[in-house]
Structure formats: structure tokens, C-alpha cells
Write a protein that binds this ligand. Structure first.
Ligand code: C5P
Length: 209
């Protein structure tokens, strides 16, 4: 492939979002946080008063997703991550969002996409695939800090329970489960700060360019 697609996957709060944003800026590429798509579908259902178990409503919301929705600050709330994880197991939701993501990845000279199945399903031909991980404890600490900074009052124990439940659900679903692509470079950021993770990722990408 002549385009520079960078696929970044990993579990909740692994630091993949922050990393993807910095990489996109550094390489001058557009960035898509694909978790926002699933969160936006969940928010559409919640706003419509529909049940999160209504698979048809979820599929329709995914098919009609509009980019404007992705800027809603409510998408970042803790409850939305949970809701997104639930509707993301619906195959028709994934199919609709797959088209959306592949359009995004294919329009420019390249792109950075982060999510759960970018290297395995969305962009299997990506030039570079990174799988970002960290221990559940460390990820819970980071998410707790992040939610606290946004004024959400949570306990570390609750966040850890969330993260473990979400990991289990994302990794065990039948369609596009969370896992590292066979050709992904795994980057464990448990003992890395954001700058160190950024330079480690750059080293991998610059080797592949
Ligand atoms: O990354 P984020 O926490 O925003 O993702 C929310 C949820 O959306 C995840 O727990 C996962 O279930 C789902 N998701 C997915 N595939 C992606 C991105 C997110 O299934 N590519």
C-alpha cells in the first residue's frame, strides 16, 4: 500500500487515544478515535429513550451516524464507555461502522485510527500496527485520574471493576474481539510515561516508512 495508515489497538485506558492523537499530529495525518463511533451510537439510543438491548435501533443508529455527533462532550462520560461496549457486540452495528471507518482510512494519503479491531478487521493492510497495553491496575489509575480531572466523582475500585468487565466483554465477543493482530508490534506502557510511549511508537513507525 502507498498510503500511510497507522492502526492502533488496545484495551480501555491503555493510552492508545493520547498516543494516536500525538502520532497523527507528528506525521500530519487525520485521526479517528473509533471508540467515539460506538459511543455515539449508544448516545443516540439513550437520547431516543431506546433500550441498549434493542439491536435493530442500534443498527439503524449506526447506519445513520453523522460526524457532528462525535464532538459531543457527553461521549467521554464513564457510562457511555459501558453502553458503547454493550452495543458494540451487535454484528449489524459493527458492519455499519466498518464502512464508516474504512471510508475515513481511505480518503487521505493516510490516517491514524485507534480502537479494538483496526489492525485485525478495519485496516488489515495498515502499514504499521501497534497494540498498546498496560496492566489493568495501571489503566484504572489513569482513567480514574482522567475522569477526576473532568469532575466525575468515582473510586479507583469502581473504575478497575469497569475496566476488567469491559476487557472481558471486548475480548470474548464473537465479532471482531479485542486482540493484537499477528503482525502488530505490542507496546506495554505500564512503566512508560506518555513521552516514552510516543518515542517508542515513533521508532516502530519510522522503521516501517
Ligand atoms: O475506546 P473506547 O473506550 O472509547 O471504546 C468504547 C467501546 O467501544 C469499547 O469498550 C468497545 O467495546 C467498543 N469499540 C469497539 N471497536 C472499536 C472501538 C471501540 O468494539 N474499534
Amino acid at each position: 500500500p502507498t498510503t500511510m495508515v497507522i492502526a492502533i489497538d488496545g484495551p480501555a485506558a491503555s493510552g492508545k487515544g493520547t498516543l494516536a492523537k500525538r502520532l497523527a499530529q507528528h506525521y500530519g495525518l487525520p485521526h479517528l478515535d473509533t471508540g467515539l463511533l460506538y459511543r455515539a451510537v449508544a448516545l443516540t439510543l439513550i437520547d431516543a429513550g431506546a433500550s441498549l438491548d434493542d439491536e435493530d435501533a442500534a443498527a439503524r443508529a449506526a447506519a445513520r451516524l453523522i460526524a457532528d455527533r462525535l464532538a459531543d462532550p457527553r461521549l467521554r462520560e464513564r457510562a457511555m464507555g459501558e453502553a458503547a461496549s454493550r452495543i458494540s457486540a451487535v454484528p449489524a452495528v459493527r458492519t455499519a461502522l466498518l464502512a464508516w471507518q474504512q471510508r475515513f482510512a481511505g480518503t487521505a494519503a493516510g490516517a491514524v485510527l485507534d480502537g479494538r479491531d483496526i489492525g485485525t478487521v478495519v485496516c488489515p493492510d495498515a502499514r504499521v500496527k501497534l497494540y498498546i497495553t498496560a496492566t489493568a491496575q495501571e489503566r484504572a489509575r489513569r482513567r480514574h485520574r482522567e475522569l477526576g480531572a473532568r469532575g466525575e466523582d468515582t473510586t479507583l475500585a469502581d473504575i478497575l471493576a469497569d475496566i476488567e468487565a469491559r476487557d472481558a466483554r471486548d475480548a470474548s465477543r464473537a465479532t471482531a474481539p479485542l486482540k493484537a493482530a499477528a503482525d502488530a508490534v505490542v507496546l506495554d506502557t505500564t512503566d512508560l510515561d506518555p513521552d516514552e510511549a510516543f518515542s517508542a511508537a515513533r521508532a516502530v513507525i519510522d522503521r516501517a516508512r
